[in-house]
Unconditional design. Structure first.
Length: 553
């Protein structure tokens, strides 16, 4: 009887623990906070992803992963983005293989690092290069995008249900498997597809696509536009108004006979396709799922850029066509980072900012500070992170470059952000308590920010040989007391917050906190030459936190 009771108790405990692990509140999820900001919740607490994305083929060598993950973890990353491909998961139709997926998760778990898995299914950078061979060889069953001249491209069309259902089935199998094996919740999120869109044409010109283009705009989209006209993206709203603000009609009738219409048309079908996959995947394991965009170069037209991708002007289309897509992310490689990041940081529309591909180095360090401090980002992730070395002459206390050798300023910026993460997370969405500024180019040598009752003037102070990107993060800790950190050579002056305020602002004290052998310690007081006799705050490397106290006289 005693043995029987122990077995029963053991089974009950196992059931209870299982229920605890897989309850929705205990798996990674997004939560919209009271102030409207959406945060990623991991193990019951808000979490900032200090991330990097591996090169496309790196993760296929399972024997190398422990060394890579260990190196990245020691460089202050807590999350790594890694791809899994449809061709590896389903090499034969209906037969799924999970060896590579299992190896990824196991290696990450051993090295105490979280994962965001990228599903390279139907598309990667517009191409269908990662689809299984049995899909590649059967273009009749799995049709391609057709160019205007009738020639096919190496891209599955998003308008075909066979394509969508086959990919969704494989993706759902992946999500089911992750739920079964990932009891430690190593996988935080899923990116579904990668930089979708049509190139070099603005849209699919197959007979099916032509019929849909000259058919009615879906009623669901028209209804959303009518009900949400005041918050539509400006490009969509402008095209709609210019075409007569019709409440029904074909795509050219509703949006006009302009290049943007082709892009919006394709965006609808990509959104429906990816949304179907997210729905199928969430039915198995409901963790956050997003898709990413390759951005538009200046003056490019649809087809010159990824036409139909989840670009800012298409976000409303994706929201309606793919409601199970949790958010949309930009891959930002352009200098005007603040503009592009701002287009995707949209609390009103529930789109948190996560940048899955961008630059590392000094540029990345400054942009990361701006992302978390001003755009309330949930994560930041330079691409090819295992290969990132250091720019010549980069400096930092004891940190090494991501790729080995040298120092990448992002290593130090991540250390600062990690140390301040609780303060950052508590202040996201509150510009009275946290703010950031970025100076983006040699022509932008000055900037000014209003914060904490002061006007703060930021001036680039680098030399011609140094990186000129500057990012500064401000945290208000008490009245007239701030924590400030930054990346890029700069000088800060503190001025009254209003024109009518005739007081002179002085610096009572600057205390320097540095990272020393893995610990943050208060190091020096900078009230002499280092601060211009108490007139300015000088910032150089992203490895120092300054406690600044101000006074008026």
């Amino acid at each position: 009887m005693k043995t029987f009771k122990l077995v029963v108790v053991s089974c009950l405990l196992s059931f209870c623990v299982s229920g605890l692990i897989w309850s929705q509140g205990n798996i990674p999820h997004l939560k919209k906070q009271a102030n409207g900001i959406t945060q990623l919740i991991v193990e019951g607490k808000p979490f900032l992803m200090l991330s990097g994305e591996l090169g496309n083929s790196t993760a296929t060598d399972l024997s190398a992963l422990d060394g890579i993950f260990s190196n990245l973890r020691s460089r202050n990353l807590n999350t790594v983005l890694v791809p899994i491909t449809w061709e590896h998961i389903e090499p034969q139709e209906g037969k799924f293989e999970f060896e590579k997926l299992d190896g990824l998760i196991a290696a990450a778990r051993r090295n105490n690092i979280k994962l965001v898995i990228l599903w390279f299914g139907s598309w990667k950078n517009t191409y269908s290069s990662y689809i299984p061979e049995w899909v590649k060889r059967d273009s009749r069953r799995f049709p391609r995008v057709i160019m205007r001249n009738g020639e096919p491209t190496e891209r599955l069309t998003p308008l075909n249900e066979n394509n969508m259902k086959a990919d969704s089935k494989a993706y759902a199998a992946v999500m089911k498997h992750i739920k079964e094996i990932d009891v430690t919740r190593t996988v935080l999120m899923m990116q579904v597809q990668n930089e979708v869109g049509v190139i070099p044409e603005p849209r699919d010109f197959s007979p099916q696509a032509n019929a849909a283009f000259n058919g009615p705009v879906p009623e669901k989209l028209m209804s959303y536009m009518v009900q949400n006209a005041d918050i539509l993206e400006p490009e969509v709203f402008g095209a709609w108004v210019a075409a007569g603000k019709k409440t029904s009609g074909t795509w050219p009738e509703v949006f006009g006979k302009i290049p943007l219409t082709d892009c919006l048309f394709m965006a609808w079908y990509y959104a429906v396709y990816i949304g179907d996959q997210c729905k199928a995947g969430k039915a198995e394991y409901n963790i956050p799922m997003f898709t990413n965009a390759a951005l538009i170069r200046p003056n490019y037209l649809p087809g010159q850029y990824n036409s139909g991708g989840p670009l800012p002007h298409s976000m409303d289309i994706y929201r309606v066509g793919g409601p199970d897509i949790d958010f949309i992310s930009p891959d930002i490689y352009f200098a005007n980072y603040a503009y592009w990041g701002g287009r995707y940081s949209s609390p009103r529309k529930g789109n948190p900012l996560f940048v899955p591909e961008t630059a590392a180095g000094a540029t990345g360090a400054a942009n990361a500070l701006y992302s978390f401090g001003q755009l309330d980002a949930i994560g930041f992730s330079p691409f090819g992170i295992e290969r990132r070395g250091a720019p010549a002459g980069a400096a930092g206390p004891g940190a090494q470059g991501f790729g080995g050798g040298g120092t990448d300023p992002l290593v130090n910026a991540y250390a600062v952000i990690d140390y301040l993460s609780d303060e950052i997370l508590a202040r996201q969405g509150n510009r009275e308590l946290m703010a950031s500024i970025v100076l983006e180019g040699r022509d932008q040598r000055y900037g000014r920010i209003e914060f904490g009752g002061y006007n703060i003037r930021v001036e680039w102070s680098g030399s011609a040989e140094t990186n000129n990107r500057v990012g500064i993060l401000f945290l208000k800790m008490a009245e007239d007391e701030f924590l400030i950190t930054g990346s890029g050579a700069s000088q800060l002056r503190f001025l009254p917050g209003t024109v009518s305020d005739r007081a002179v602002i002085g610096i009572a004290s600057i205390d320097e906190q540095v990272l020393d052998n893995g610990n943050w310690v208060w190091k020096r007081r900078l009230n002499g030459d280092q601060s211009g006799q108490g007139q300015v705050l000088n910032i150089s490397t992203p490895s120092v936190i300054y406690k600044v106290r101000l006074y008026r006289y």
